[in-house]
Design a protein around this ligand. Sequence first.
Ligand code: PAF
Length: 280
Amino acid sequence: MQIISTIAELRTRLSNERAIAFVPTMGNLHEGHLNLMRLAREHGSCVVASIFVNPLQFGPNEDFDKYPRTLEADCAKLQNLADVVFAPSVNEMYPTQQTVFVEPPPIANELCGAARPGHFRGMATVVLKLLNIVQPQVALFGKKDYQQLHIIRRMVAQLNLPVQIVGGETVRAADGLALSSRNQYLSGAERAEAVVLYQTLQGLRQAILQGGRDFEQMEQQAVEALSARGWKVDYVAVRNRPDLQPAGPVQSDLAQCDLVILAAARLGNTRLLDNVEVSL
Ligand code: PAF
């Protein structure tokens, strides 16, 4: 495995590769990332991971400075999973002030975008830069960041990028909590409570599978239940999977419908995200 920090060196290293599978990350790798790396191996003969904490996708009061940077430990975990690790500096990625951005679709202002203005614009911009730098045939992203994956798919389709996007399933701790680099911010008590977010989503999923169709009321009840336990809820939302628009009541029990229930909520200072898919 090679660790490369400049774009020029990376381009030289990859110039003869014909089947690159690429996993962009911000480091602090956990089993969710490693799972994506294993999936990447099924999609390419050269597996590239990037580790870059992208300042453009953090708001002024967010955790950019505090975000865990663990390059050495990350590289040890990638040793047998990646062929190349691209770990550029901020200056390498943004040698001049970035003044050209990807304007993401309107959905970027909803859900996580409502609480994090500019986040998806910064995310889409760095993902486009990384795709242009690595030029992979396949790029893989976790489904835990469902809205991110949706926006990347839209960008790739509408900007005609020659790359196939693959979504990896969310990896969970034994109790069901979705793995995330931010979980380590949780205190012991918060960690014990954190699984309630997933349990809430599973409860909604069951209710929908059993015929529940008043999605707005279900969302409201879930927000109230979480708030009563001390969560600060950004949203709980039942959305149509293809476009992430609000799901209308499904008319007939036989109607075929692909839904996803998404949530973001804070425990103390830690913002947690999760989602579950439901197919009717
Ligand atoms: O999901 C992430 O870790 C980041 O948003 C990504 C896709 C690596 C872009 O910085």
